[in-house]
Design a protein around this ligand. Sequence first.
Ligand code: SF4
Length: 225
Amino acid sequence: MAARMGFTVGIVSNAFWATSPQDARAALRPFRKKLNNISVSSDLYHYNELVSRQAKEAAAAAGAFGIAVGTISVARPEETNVEKVSGQLPERLSGVMYRGRAVEKLVSQAARFPWEQFNTCPHEDLREPGRVHLDPFGNLHLCQGLVIGDICDQPLRLICETYDPESHPIVGPLLAGGPAELVRHYHLPHEDTYADACHLCYEARRALRERFPEQLRPDEMYGIY
Ligand code: SF4
């Protein structure tokens, strides 16, 4: 439907369905000439090898159908810690962003830094977002758990046209001074150190959820299932 409407369509998947060449082709065949690209997650969080058999089968099937393929591989915290010292991650790996499940499961292994230094959002263009995420409940996210509207209540076009970053209670402070400003602005209790900007941002947002339930949802993004 999105392809018919003229959107460039991509999928992110762990390719669990690509257990054989036949299964991989069967799963991707309906997307032929509709899907622009597929990004396959494959790393030691998803499988017990860096490039899984499923990732290889999915890539082969996508190639056969003319669908561009990319791989998303996330480094383990110990490798990310090395990157913070040497400035280089192992080839093809990207660093953990400490939000959601990554905070619950991995932050204890991460190097930590003073909270005041996280004075900008390093990953999202919050003022002029070039993309948004849509979850199965209809929430439109700038970043996972940071919501600007609900497409079950309002059309996407209207949400985008009326989005005012400065008056958004979370985005406003983030633009003014990153996650550290979120803490200052709302006088939030905090620790001395955090793993990265997203870790501080996530913890600050979690502390603000009762106050801003419309902007900080759904529960699943905050580890509540
Ligand atoms: S968690 Fe916060 S700091 Fe990290 S990308 Fe999202 S909005 Fe930016």
